[in-house]
Design a protein around this ligand. Sequence first.
Ligand SMILES: [Zn+2]
Length: 253
Amino acid sequence: MEAWGAISLLVALGLALGSFGATTAWRLKNEVDLLPPSTCEGCGHRISPVGLFPVLGFLLLQGRCPHCGYQIPKVYPLLEATNGLLGLSLGLWLGPGPEAVQLLVLFDGLALLSWLDFSTGQVYTLPVVTLVLLQALWYGFFDSGSLADGLIGLLAGAGLFHWTATLFLALRGKEGLGSGDASLLGLLGFVFGWQSLLGLVFLSAGLGIVLGGGWLWLKKGSLTAQIPFGPFLGLAAVLYRLAPALWRSLFHF
Ligand SMILES: [Zn+2]
């Protein structure tokens, strides 16, 4: 029974982070101040405490602002519910401990970064730096033995991408990979350790070729079109974390 209590807390955290993440992503993209309380997108009225409740608020307000009748986009409660399910899955998989919280925050951060990269073509620095700081706290409190691997991963990850980008530039005569991707791979190297880097690079490149290539083919885009790489790195991080031993053995670490 105690485990279920803790898992419910993880689900609640997932719902709350889903709501926070969606708001933060929207504000970063629209260059709106991050701190003030949420307001209705229709009339600017401050959202009531009931409306701030993930999913439940949407249902109680029947999907409308009580002041102006503005229809709240259904994507918000859907994102919140999906994220609640993510909290549930992580709690069942890893047990409702600090590691499940760590992964929930990391996956949410990567989803936010991926969406921003996909819709604006930029890797935002603020979420990357926040995730690096949170991971530093994780090492400090729970896993100081892996800090050295993480620090090497942080430096090598950013460096590896820098050199790949330079090579790309030399071969094609134009910039293919942004410097934001370097900081993102540095972040992943910090979280999973330097041993993860080769696996992450191969995984994300593979995903980029299959999914990105398929997307370009569907849209009949040219091969020199800019595809944001952040979403593939984010997806690679999730796949990597599901079976780190498998990827390390594939790439001999
Ligand atoms: Zn309103």
